[in-house]
Design a protein around this ligand. Sequence first.
Ligand SMILES: [Fe+2]
Length: 250
Amino acid sequence: MRINDAIRFSGAQQHVRPDAEVRQMRPGRRRVLELGIAAAAAWVVPWPRALAAERSREPTAPEIEGPFYPPELAADPSLFVFDDDNDLIWRAGAASFARGTVLELTGRVLDTSGGALPNLELHVWQCDAGGRYHHAGDTNPVTLDPGFQGFGRTVTDGDGRYAFRTIAPVPYPGRTPHIHFKVRRAGKELLTTQCYVKGEARNMRDGIYRSIRDPKARDAITVDFAPIKDSRIGELAARFDIVLGVTPEA
Ligand SMILES: [Fe+2]
């Protein structure tokens, strides 16, 4: 794979495919090797050769933050108190991978002219495969999945691209499947929104989803979750592009 065709996951750590059953060495993750699992090449996410025509140049519709944004970050975004990298299916210190369907979630952050917006911080958070957030305020009485990270962050590259490895979102009481997004720069919040699954019948019964009245704006936050060809574990891929209506300060 040519380097231009791939986006490498952010940070010093490089992530590897779960179906290879290997992990990049990193503090807190060496336990996998103790299980006798061999190391392999770093994981990269294929990137369409022709960067797809942008879905919309209209600013992405904002949505509510909801009650489950990690409280430590809400109080002090500089805090680093848990595993918060862009690989949510493995939480540092956990004894197992996350339950659920693995999802390669990628996209670009653009301005309304289609220009790439690099060096923006992206936060994502979502419930685990049982429908529970890793948040003390979630009273859903299902067992928490200790292998799921629940929250992750990364930084857009020079082409405005980002990538997360997470699980496909699932419904929980009162909500259609969704993934929360927040875009920030230098501690300033630029956008909070949510990403939804195209073809999901629950969408139009979801009050937060329907609160976006403009069908085009709704379509722009509703994306395909497509099977990855030849994936041995049934991984999905989704691309969610975000358009900012404000020019971030450098
Ligand atoms: Fe939510």
